[in-house]
Every structure is written in C-alpha cells, then in structure tokens.
Design a protein around this ligand. Structure first.
Ligand SMILES: Cc1cc2nc3c(=O)[nH]c(=O)nc-3n(C[C@H](O)[C@H](O)[C@H](O)COP(=O)(O)O)c2cc1C
Length: 187
C-alpha cells in the first residue's frame, strides 16, 4: 500500500513541503509506504489539448509527466499539496492534475484512489483551492476522506506553518483517515 503526496510549491522545504511531510508521517505510522514528489523540481508542461490520451493511454508531450502518471496509477492514495497563489493552486500542480487527470479520465484508471488536497496560504483563498482540488477527485471516481476541518493551514514566511497547530492537526488527522480508508479498501 502506498501514498504519494505531490508538492506544488516552488519553495523547497517551505510550508507546503512541511505540511505534506506531516501528513505523510501520519500515513507512514499506519504502515503504508509514502513518497513526497516536488512537482516544481520537474518539468511538467501544461496540457495542449491534442487529445491523444482519449484513444491511447499515453501523452505525447516529452517531459516528466508519464512516469508520474504511472506512479499515480500504482499508488493507493494521491495527495496534492499546494500553496495558495491568487486564490488558486499553483500552475505546476494544476499542470499535473490536468495532464494525468485527462489520461485517467478517458481510461478510468484513478477510480477509487483515496486522497485530497492540502492547502497553505498566508491569508485567504484556501477554501476555493481546496474545492478546486477536491473536484479533480470527484470527476475521476476518487474518494476524499474528511478531517477535523477543511485541509487548510496558515503561514507566509518559510516554516511559519509550524506555528499553526490547528492546521497541523487537521493535516495529521487527514493522513490518518487516508490510511484508515486505504486499509479498509484493501481488506
Ligand atoms: C504569487 C503568490 C501569490 C500568492 N497568493 C496568495 C493568496 O491568494 N492567498 C494567500 O493566502 N496567500 C497567498 N500567497 C502566499 C503563499 O500562499 C504563502 O506564503 C505560502 O505559505 C507559501 O507556501 P510555501 O512556503 O510552500 O512556498 C501567495 C504567494 C505568492 C508567491
């Protein structure tokens, strides 16, 4: 059983990476393998709407997308962590969601994957970003467990999210619920 978290923050070891690692630790404690992948360290171009993926389970754009798509296919849980940028997920994480999601949409390869969003921002726009990511799961047949609040945390400067105890507890409980659900589905 495996859970992957994708971080869409350009800032290495920033608030998004911290929050994603925190959730993965909660999942790991329950016996699942975990991996954090920083999307912004890779080259993932936006979708160009060629629609090759409609007939073939592939993407002709030559970049880092397809190995990630295969990893997502193999994983039991997929988590997208992003900072809020102008009330939205970052373009890097959105490119991954669009590209991998469109292949999965035509071939129904992400059905019953467990997962959800992790969102960190300084002030506002969190809930829209949570919804933006949650909708990705809903159209692809994914299953999104809840937590003790929506999966948001607050922080601006690098590392500031560590001070948001409620945000950390929400991310932690989300991780526990992801692991619980994966194990139930696998039982
Ligand atoms: C281009 C840009 C746009 C941002 N827009 C928002 C926003 O709409 N709402 C918000 O609360 N924070 C916004 N922020 C602040 C970041 O979400 C915040 O600093 C976050 O903690 C960054 O996460 P990181 O440490 O992983 O980079 C923005 C930051 C940048 C660089």
């Amino acid at each position: 059983m495996k859970a992957i978290a994708f971080s869409g923050s350009p800032r290495k070891n920033g608030n998004t990476d911290i929050l994603a690692r925190h959730t993965l630790k909660a999942i790991e404690e329950e016996g699942l393998d975990t991996e954090l992948i920083r999307v912004t360290d890779l080259n993932i171009k936006p979708c160009n709407a060629c629609k090759v993926c409609k007939t073939k389970e592939t993407c002709p754009i030559k970049d880092d997308l397809f190995p990630l798509y295969n990893k997502m296919k193999e994983a039991d849980a997929i988590i997208f962590a992003t900072p809020v940028y102008f009330g939205s997920a970052t373009p890097e994480i959105k490119a991954l969601m669009d590209r991998a999601g469109y292949i999965a949409y035509w071939h129904r390869t992400f059905e019953r994957k467990v997962g959800g969003p992790l969102v960190v921002g300084g002030r506002s726009g969190h809930n829209f970003t949570v919804a933006q990511i949650a909708f990705w799961y809903f159209i692809l047949g994914g299953i999104v467990p809840g937590s003790i609040d929506w999966n948001v945390a607050f922080g601006n400067d690098k590392g500031e999210v560590e001070k948001d105890k409620d945000g950390l507890e929400t991310a932690w409980t989300f991780g526990k619920n992801v692991a619980w659900l994966v194990k139930k589905l696998k039982a």
